[in-house]
Write a protein that binds this ligand. Structure first.
Ligand code: FES
Length: 198
């Protein structure tokens, strides 16, 4: 009888180790899932790019003060910053969407519309404007089949954007195609510039 009573009180807690193990496994699954589940349900852009962005953000030394860095990486990955990407960045950086939108719309570097494979940026700062940057813009529009500023050609190859002074006024009018800079551009040279990327 005594043996029976002792065995009742000394019985180990049912599968306590196993239960702890299960809990640890579950929490690991949840954290992986949370990372994936945070991708907006209506996301139209590739999921793997969201995961890369989430990984980049998780490796930042701290979130505060690194919003521009995170957005820079997001634009590098997606090519532009539509609302769904801004929402994702806001969630991952633990800031409001309004704050993200404020930064995106403040810096001309950030764009909310898709760009072409070769984005053409024409400086419309004062020094460039007075020597005919507007005529260069018109020439690009014409050579690219009537595409407007802020639009992409149907084949997705080129897009046209106008910038404020890019700091190379001595070369006015200045045009950039991707990273390549063209100085003292005339409307007649536009055809050759496009041909460099064809
Ligand atoms: S105004 Fe165009 S580079 Fe300065």
């Amino acid at each position: 009888m005594l043996k029976k009573i002792l065995s009742f009180f000394c019985k180990p807690k049912p599968d306590s180790d196993l239960a702890n193990k299960k809990e640890r496994n579950n929490s690991m699954q949840t954290s992986t899932c949370q990372k994936e589940c945070r991708i907006p349900e209506r996301a139209t852009l590739p999921k793997d790019l969201y995961l890369k962005l989430a990984e980049f953000i998780s490796e930042l030394p701290q979130k505060e003060g690194h919003l521009v860095t995170a957005l820079h990486n997001a634009q590098h990955l997606f090519g532009y910053l539509p609302r769904e990407v801004q929402e994702f960045v806001a969630d991952q950086m633990e800031v409001s969407l309004a704050k993200v939108y404020g930064v995106v719309s403040f810096y001309t570097f950030f764009t909310q519309i898709p760009k072409g494979k070769y984005p053409i940026s024409i400086c419309m700062g004062t020094a460039c404007f007075v020597v005919g940057a507007d005529k260069v813009v018109e020439s690009f529009k014409q050579q690219l089949g009537g595409v407007e500023v802020s639009e992409v050609t149907p084949d997705g190859k080129f897009s046209i954007d106008c910038l404020r002074c890019v700091g190379a006024c001595a070369l006015a009018p200045v045009v950039m195609v991707g990273e390549k800079v063209y100085g003292k551009v005339t409307p007649d040279q536009v055809k050759d510039i496009i041909a460099d990327f064809s």
